[in-house]
Design a protein. Structure first.
Length: 236
């Protein structure tokens, strides 16, 4: 049918068929051709669309799960692993001690964390006898910049705590344990730490009981001495 339109009325305009353009033939080269296909024809069904959708969903879930596992914040902990006596001047009335604490900082994350502050306090018989506070954010010559803890790693850091005791806070008891009995001392150590990662600051606190060996002190005229400081220096 080269022409389409109404068949009555001579004045009625007619127009060419859009498919054959009045030629009565449909060529395959014509990109404007119109094909009539049955609704139930299998060629209308999408090819492998369901498979592509399933693969895309699986990849999305796998990528999301991996990112959650890698970047989910975990605990950064600090524990006092060993407390040692490196300086002692013990009498019945006054005692000066220097304790060296080996702190193990553990980063359980899959990214680097930074230790920006730590405070260690020591108690003897439930009485505060000494502390050490270090703020790495000041970045001074003595302190230095924040300490970086690698991902999934543990870092050991040493700190010194000056402890001063009087007769009221237990100096006489320490004299008995170290100078007379030659035994060990028990201290309660609390470690408070501050960490940063992803520009956020987090705190961790741990409390533990540590034993300190003081059997190697030297006794002279009712006074006990011990000096294991570098170069035999005095109390820092």
């Amino acid at each position: 049918m080269p022409l389409v339109g109404k068949t009555y009325g001579a004045t009625e305009p007619a127009e060419h068929c859009r498919t054959c353009k009045g030629t009565g033939k449909i060529t395959r080269k014509d990109k404007e051709g119109i094909a009539v296909i049955s609704y139930g024809d299998e060629r209308l069904a999408p090819s492998r669309t369901a498979i592509y959708i399933i693969i895309a969903v699986i990849l999305f879930l796998a990528l999301t799960g991996t990112l959650v596992v890698l970047f989910y914040p975990r605990t950064v902990s600090a524990n006092s692993s060993s407390l040692k006596l490196i300086y002692a001047n013990i009498t019945r009335n006054n005692t000066k001690l220097v304790l060296q604490d080996n702190v193990h900082v553990k980063n359980s994350n899959y990214f680097v964390a930074h230790l920006v502050g730590i405070e260690i306090s020591v108690q003897f018989q439930l009485k505060d006898v000494g502390s050490n506070s270090t703020d790495y954010t000041k970045n001074t010559t003595d302190v230095g910049p924040p300490i970086s803890i690698p991902a999934r790693d543990t870092l050991a850091v040493n700190y010194s705590i000056n402890a001063t005791l009087t007769r009221e806070t237990g100096s006489e008891d320490i004299w008995i344990y170290c100078c007379f009995i030659k035994y060990t001392l028990g201290f309660q150590v609390q470690v408070n730490t501050q960490f940063t990662y992803f520009s956020n600051t987090f705190e961790f606190s741990d409390n533990m009981y540590q034993l300190v060996d003081c059997t190697n002190v030297q006794t002279t005229n009712n006074t006990c001495h011990l000096n294991l400081l570098p170069d035999g220096g005095g109390v820092p």
